[in-house]
Design a protein around this ligand. Structure first.
Ligand code: ADP
Ligand code: MG
Length: 252
């Protein structure tokens, strides 16, 4: 008998029969989906479909009424928000929360996970490690030449990248992004698509997005959410030709 095969979690994230009810209104209604390692999954859907609420539930900001969310087999619905981060789930909100008065470097530096207290030669070694990591992330997020600039002077798109960088430096295994390209220029959107394709080499990503062109550039699997339920799912090609989806989008 193979003892190891039975209890291994198959998916990085398993969401099953997830429901949240706000005073009787089900914003998320009996939702199930699964995310693999190194997968990028996009959730689209009209305003009010429940997209942001799904992320709120996964990161522990909102508590489920029913159902389960398992990350590497561990139940998240009863776990504290900071523990969920510690387990390796990072989440970016719709509006960037960066420190405007600090430089790009400092924003990344303060997001570097704190270890045990260190001193002397160890502190020196850690400084070097942090600097190298900041440099590496800054290159990924197209801000390597702007490390000494105050974050307040960045463009809207650059602020979005900085916040993605602040999450990346914590090295999460699952990164969740809520409308990351909202308000970005066409060229910034292209660069963000390239960034996300780079990011998933080491982790999985869930992205909420409206921009169909952007979705086509990044995702192979899409979920269309409507009234807290999955209306359609599959490739972008399949989903956008689904009469149910066309109906919902034209109806808005
Ligand atoms: P989306 O991100 O798809 O636009 P949301 O997840 O933000 O949609 O919202 C889904 C629905 O749930 C909306 O009708 C919204 O008003 C409602 N909702 C979200 N959060 C709460 C909350 N904390 N309390 C009450 N209603 C909420
Ligand atoms: Mg939303």
């Amino acid at each position: 008998m193979n003892a190891t095969s039975t209890l291994q979690p198959d998916f990085l994230l398993a969401v099953e029969s997830l429901t949240v009810s706000f005073d009787g209104f089900k914003a998320v209604d009996d939702l199930s989906f699964y995310i693999d390692e190194n997968e990028i999954r996009v959730i689209i859907g009209p305003n009010g479909a429940g997209k942001t609420t799904v992320l709120d539930l996964i990161c522990g900001r909102t508590r489920a009424t029913e159902g389960s969310i398992k990350f590497r087999g561990k139940e998240l619905t009863t776990m504290r928000e900071d523990r969920i981060v510690h387990e390796g789930v990072g989440r970016k909100f719709q509006t960037p929360s960066i420190y405007e008065d600090l430089t790009v470097f400092e924003n990344l530096e303060i997001s570097f996970p704190r270890g045990r207290s260190v001193w002397g030669a160890l502190l020196f070694k850690r400084d070097k490690e942090v600097k190298e990591r900041v440099q590496e992330i800054a290159e990924m997020i197209f801000l390597a030449d702007l490390l000494d600039l105050k974050a307040a002077y960045l463009s809207h798109g650059q602020k979005q990248w900085l916040e993605i960088g602040m999450l990346l430096i914590q090295d999460p295994d699952l990164l969740m992004l809520d409308e990351p390209v909202a308000g970005m220029s066409v060229s910034e959107r292209k660069k963000t698509a390239a960034l996300l394709n780079e990011i998933i080499k080491d982790r999985s990503v869930i992205v909420i997005e409206h921009d169909m062109k952007f979705v086509e550039d990044i995702a192979d699997k899409v979920i269309v959410l409507h009234q807290g339920k999955i209306l359609s799912q599959g490739t972008m090609e399949k989903v956008k030709n689904d009469p149910k989806v066309i109906d919902v989008y034209l109806g808005h």
